[in-house]
Design a protein around this ligand. Structure first.
Ligand SMILES: [Zn+2]
Length: 214
């Protein structure tokens, strides 16, 4: 199955994608990771990408699509993949359609207020980056990291006003794509209105959708 997963920041997208991998063995592909890997490996493409980033311009679509094409032609993608972070625009969706047509679009539909509540109670360790939650993943000692004893704080990104802005940007960016895929009858909504929901519940909903379309 060739799957694209859409979900606002804080929707748990990454967690679900990696659990799906355990269940259906289709790799989770994040174009952000692909780009970072190229840079790390010092490939020709990696050097080009770095030059764009230095100039403060976005990496052009054809570069990202080339990377994606290379990645999905690997043997582990023979039975499909779960794409995350791509496509972000209609031209990207069209390009993707030409190299490998998507079969399902999973749209994680979480109300803004739920995301805000979830993210704004998040705590991050200053030293090791471990993530906790004031409500459902508390450290053993308040304000202190269980792992390294570092101090916990609320990241700038997790403040309600910043989250609201990020959600707006996300919606503006994603809505046209959802419309594009809806026209093609590929979108499946997975609604989640609870702040703390065990990942396996959402994953089993997604699995039902996948199995119904297989
Ligand atoms: Zn720590």
């Amino acid at each position: 199955m060739k799957i694209v997963i859409f979900g606002p920041p804080g929707s748990g997208k990454g967690t679900y994608a990696s659990r799906l991998f355990d269940l259906i063995k289709t790799p989770h592909i994040s174009t952000g990771d692909l780009v970072r890997q190229e840079i790390k490996d010092r490939t020709e493409t990696g050097k080009k990408i770095e030059a764009y980033t230095r100039r403060g311009v976005l990496v052009p679509d054809d570069v990202v699509i080339e990377l994606l094409k290379k990645r999905i032609s690997q043997p582990d993608c023979a039975s499909g993949f779960i794409l995350d972070g791509f496509p972000r625009t209609i031209p990207q969706a069209e390009a993707l359609g030409k190299i490998s047509p998507i079969e399902i679009v999973i749209n994680l539909d979480v109300p803004d207020e739920v995301i805000i509540e979830r993210l704004s109670s998040r705590l991050t360790c200053k030293s090791c980056g471990e993530i906790y939650n004031r409500r459902f993943l508390k450290p053993k000692v308040e304000g202190i990291c269980d792992k390294c004893g570092g101090q916990l704080y609320t990241r700038e990104d997790d403040k309600p006003e910043v989250i609201r802005e990020r959600l707006k940007t996300y919606q503006r960016q994603t809505q046209p794509l959802l419309d594009y895929y809806k026209e093609r009858k590929l979108v499946e909504n997975v609604r989640n209105t609870e702040v703390a929901v065990p990942p396996e519940i959402i994953v089993s909903k997604i699995m039902k959708i996948i199995n119904a379309r297989r």
